[in-house]
Design a protein around this ligand. Structure first.
Ligand code: SAH
Ligand code: SF4
Length: 354
């Protein structure tokens, strides 16, 4: 072991969690090591779920000791796991600075989905959303974004979690560089091996960042539209003042989509506000230039005094109008409501009643 390796304290050690392959290669290069070591170590971190260098037996003992002295593998602390009666689990994670975030694990028959956070809180201030109401604390690092997936895989041993959606707390595109880095890691063959087809970024509609995302990585896109007119959208989503519908629709129309792929439009249905037949017809017209499919999400009204959820018959009627105009429209079943894990209800808190 060299002298320098002894002198580095924990804070000074490089955290390898959250580095892309290229960044990991640069780190190994700086240590005077071969490039291929980066891929080897990434596989231990993301596939072997290692949190120390000791088990990495395809590295020499000397290299493992050197790594232990110069680098570390960060991880999140699981503070609490809330279990819903419908199988959904909500994880409350603690970060190094004491911040807390939530991830939601949603088991289904053929594939399990994990909904992960990209920020502590959110600055977008959508009036329908509980995360928006808590305000913004900070961006997550790429390691903290990917770390949520690793921690859930550590704990749910029988689950492969093949589907990942960046739809938890925060606006992923307001934290674009770390979101892109996390996407590169998740889809890397040496990483947790999430196929880009099973990886979705959801945005409230940050137009320049959407364009940059499309140029940076291959990923599926979801846009929270929630209204078919500027008037209603601006009322519930302040971001619409900055990027109104015509700009948003143009960005969606030009988003680089692989053949047969579609952008998912999320449309939260709110009683009396955006759920009428004429709203449905306006939505069909608005989405005409976009290769889109629509997810209809009945508003989760837990803890809301301002808005209400429509009756099931209204939701069905809205869906019928979209489908009669050949627009694919799915009603997204709300899951995990009893533990406040459903869309728009995440807010990083302990609840003793769960
Ligand atoms: N910030 C990103 C991703 C996280 S929000 C975005 O806005 O797309 C995830 C989804 O929850 C969004 O589609 C949002 O419209 C929806 N949502 C927010 N509050 C909701 C509520 N009370 N009921 C149902 N869905 C809600
Ligand atoms: Fe932020 Fe999305 Fe909630 Fe809006 S809906 S406040 S963008 S998390």
């Amino acid at each position: 072991m060299t002298e320098t390796t002894h002198n580095l304290g924990i804070e000074n050690r490089v955290d390898l969690l959250g580095l892309t392959l290229e960044e990991t290669q640069t780190f190994f290069h700086s240590m005077g090591q071969e490039k291929y070591r980066a891929a080897q170590v990434m596989r231990w971190i993301y596939q072997g779920l290692s949190v120390s260098f000791d088990p990495m037996t395809n590295l020499s003992k000397e290299l493992r000791e050197k790594l232990t002295a110069t680098a570390r593998i960060g991880r999140l602390t699981t503070l609490q796991v809330f279990k819903s009666e419908d199988g959904v689990k909500k994880f409350l994670f603690g970060l190094d600075d004491g911040s807390r975030i939530e991830s939601v694990y949603i088991p289904t028959q053929d594939h399990d989905t994990l909904c992960i956070s990209t920020q502590v809180g959110c600055a977008m201030g959508c009036r329908i959303c509980r995360t928006g109401k808590m305000g913004f604390t900070r961006n997550l690092t790429a390691g903290e974004i990917v770390g949520q997936l690793l921690e859930v895989r550590r704990q749910i041993l029988d689950s492969a979690v093949r589907n990942v959606v960046l739809m938890g707390m925060g606006e992923p595109l307001a934290n674009l560089s770390n979101t892109v880095r996390a996407i590169k890691i998740m889809t890397n063959p040496n990483g947790p091996q999430i196929s880009w087809r099973h990886l979705t970024v959801s945005t409230s509609g940050l137009v320049p960042q959407m364009i940059e995302l499309g140029h940076s990585v291959r990923v599926k896109l979801a846009v929270s539209l929630n209204a078919a007119s500027d008037e209603v959208r601006s009322l519930i989503m302040p971001i619409n003042h900055k990027y109104p519908l015509d700009e948003l629709i143009a960005a969606m129309t030009n988003f680089p989509l692989p053949k047969r792929d579609r952008i998912t439009i999320e449309y939260v249905l709110i009683k009396g506000l955006n759920d009428s037949d004429s709203d449905a017809r306006m939505l069909v017209k608005l989405l005409n230039p976009v290769r889109a499919k629509v997810n209809l999400i009945p508003f989760n009204e837990e803890l809301s005094t301002e808005f209400k959820t429509p009756l099931p018959a209204r939701v069905a009627a809205f869906q019928d109008i979209l489908m009669s105009k050949s627009l694919i429209a799915i009603i997204r079943k709300s899951r995990g409501r009893d533990i406040l894990a459903a869309c728009g209800l995440l807010a990083s808190e302990n609840r003793s009643d769960c």
